[in-house]
Design a protein around this ligand. Structure first.
Ligand SMILES: Nc1ncnc2c1ncn2[C@@H]1O[C@H](COP(=O)(O)OP(=O)(O)OP(=O)(O)O)[C@@H](O)[C@H]1O
Length: 320
């Protein structure tokens, strides 16, 4: 494993499992700070289990996890929830709860013992509803929402929690393509709410892309880790990709380093060509079957993987 110079999460010798079965590890992993990391891998390879271990829903069988330089062991739950937020894969809302009430739950770790709302709580909920395009649905019962709207409501809860580390388990599974891109672009631009800007204020939930204009310095980004099945969305959004196979880390690095035809074959058993997005420069995965290749050959088309990487290898930020 290549150690990262600035990790937000550090895992050493971590194993996790259920009952008799160990399903993850031993894993050594560095997850870079202030970046977006996508975890990819086939069904059942242990992605959700790894996230559960990071949020302490599942106890570590062995090994250590450090978040922002501090061991998670013995970290008080309320304080931990102000540092790490998780959007689980299939969360279930209590009956009779409105969208606004659900999102307000994200403020619980920030409240005093008597639980009264402060102005900051109200503002954080309002901002989270705005960012997820849910203002008009704020009073609606959660059960009356579509799958995609509900998923955005759970994300709003996570945003209202205002943590420097955000873990998302398949946050886009119910979303149409436009909302998938919008959501991932939103989360990758969220500021770290605990780091003061040069103006001396603490970054709120305003996306750093907008806050970076003018004289104000761009705030430091939150650390985001998202399990994603859509490989092209992962390639478009992530700075860093971790590919898992059978509970182990098969590869970690930039999207270009990880999303190669060899890795896709190893991790997913997927025959694919990988080309480069002409506008943004990230890799694009094109799945192929034997029938696809045979048919192309019959029609006299080239069946070798395209080599057409004609773009200059500019840094990703410059291509956005
Ligand atoms: N609560 C549980 N009890 C027992 N075994 C479990 C439990 N949750 C998951 N597993 C098993 O652990 C393994 C890893 O599951 P996990 O949910 O972490 O996979 P995943 O990579 O997130 O899969 P998917 O892409 O399908 O969501 C699987 O074999 C699964 O059956």
């Amino acid at each position: 494993m290549a150690a990262h110079p600035n990790p937000a999460l550090t895992l050493r010798g971590v194993t996790l499992g259920y009952g008799e079965r160990t399903v993850v590890g031993p894993v050594d992993l560095d997850i870079p700070a202030a970046q977006t990391t996508a975890i990819i891998g086939a069904n059942g390879c242990g992605k959700s289990t790894l996230l559960r271990g990071l949020t302490r829903q599942l106890p570590l069988r062995s090994g250590t996890v450090e978040v922002l330089g501090r061991s998670v062991e013995g970290w008080p739950a309320r304080d931990y929830a102000r540092t790490v937020a998780l959007l689980p894969q299939s969360p279930v809302a209590p009956e009779g709860m409105s969208v606004e009430q659900l999102v307000d739950r994200g403020r619980h770790p920030h409240r005093g013992w008597f639980g009264s709302s402060s102005r900051m709580d109200t503002e954080a909920v309002a901002r989270a509803l705005e960012l997820t395009d849910l203002v008009e649905l704020a009073r609606r019962d959660i059960t009356e929402l579509s799958g995609g709207q509900r998923q955005r409501a759970w994300l709003a809860l996570v945003l209202a929690q205002q943590t420097p580390v955000i873990l998302l388990d398949e946050p886009t599974s119910y979303l149409d393509l436009s909302h998938q891109v919008e959501l991932m672009d939103l989360v990758r631009s969220l500021p770290d709410p605990t780091v003061p800007t040069t103006a001396g204020t603490t970054a709120s939930t305003a996306p750093s892309s907008t806050a970076g204009q003018g004289e104000t310095e761009r705030p430091r980004r939150a650390t985001v880790v998202a399990v994603l099945h859509e490989l092209n969305l992962a390639a478009r959004t992530a700075d860093h990709v971790i590919a898992m196979a059978d509970g182990q880390v098969a590869a970690a690095g930039t999207p270009t380093e990880v999303l190669t035809p060899d890795l896709l074959l190893e991790v997913f058993g997927l025959d694919a060509d990988v080309v480069r997005d002409p506008l943004l420069g990230h890799p694009v995965v094109l799945p192929r079957t034997a029938a696809d290749r045979a048919s192309a050959q019959e029609r006299g088309l080239v069946t070798e993987p395209p080599s057409g990487d004609t773009l200059p290898s500019a840094p990703r930020e410059d291509l956005r």
